[in-house]
Design a protein around this ligand. Sequence first.
Ligand SMILES: Nc1ncnc2c1ncn2[C@@H]1O[C@H](COP(=O)(O)OP(=O)(O)O)[C@@H](O)[C@H]1O
Ligand SMILES: [Mg+2]
Length: 265
Amino acid sequence: MSGQCWTLVSGKGGVGKSTLAAALGAHLALAGRRVALVDLNTGMRGLDMLLGLESRVVFDLGDVQEGLCEAEQALVTDRETGMRLLAAPQMRDSEALDEDALRAMCQTMCESFDFVFLDAASGIGRGFTAAARAAQQALVVTTPDDMALRDAERAAGLLRRLDMPAPALVINRIRPDFVDEGWQYTPEACAQTLDLRVAGVIPDDTAVWRMTLQKRPALGAFPAGRAMAALARWLENADEPIPPWRDERPPARGPFWNRTKRRRT
Ligand SMILES: Nc1ncnc2c1ncn2[C@@H]1O[C@H](COP(=O)(O)OP(=O)(O)O)[C@@H](O)[C@H]1O
Ligand SMILES: [Mg+2]
């Protein structure tokens, strides 16, 4: 069976596309799926460093597009998870990206991989359209705030004009306290604003940042790790339930409550 090619897009930069591409790839690879990541951040590659693979990159996407090597030769293997990475060209700009060649390459990769993730450049420039045209499906990644949502809305609008299924939404870096204070929106409100189905809600979690600094994909039993694992399962089966993004237990009675209660009796 042919694999799935997903692109991660946003609009605003820094919302977690690369982090999610690495984490989703790692979860699926460890579950036995054949996974390839393609970094499309031409001129500003990032996934190689995010995974600690920077010293092993010999060929990149630009070399593949120029015919200097086959895609297979340019793929670097992450030893921890077995996923493969095709690095972005560092010394070119996105104008050099050949859309048709990228689409053909992704189609070929889908024959030998279960999942191909395209880590699109932020913004809605050439990298965005090239990624969207090459992928079969898209994940719009946003943080639940005004600035990122406005850009996500624009990106989602452009995706809708392409011949692909409606994109799914990933809300990253949510903080229940910020939602309660009114600085961030609930996942329901984000979904309504963008008119997209939600595929995943990922908490803001310093463990993710720590793993980024350690050049490792965000894997593990911390809140964001569990949410990313659920999103990886959602990619295989869209019926996968989305775990609650906030603790649904009633708040524990604190010391103040205990003191008042004691005084009354
Ligand atoms: N859920 C999260 N919790 C905490 N930090 C996160 C989370 N997701 C991403 N980050 C951090 O946000 C920063 C930007 O993420 P990145 O994946 O590079 O964004 P993008 O690829 O969209 O530009 C990184 O430092 C990363 O560690
Ligand atoms: Mg990135």
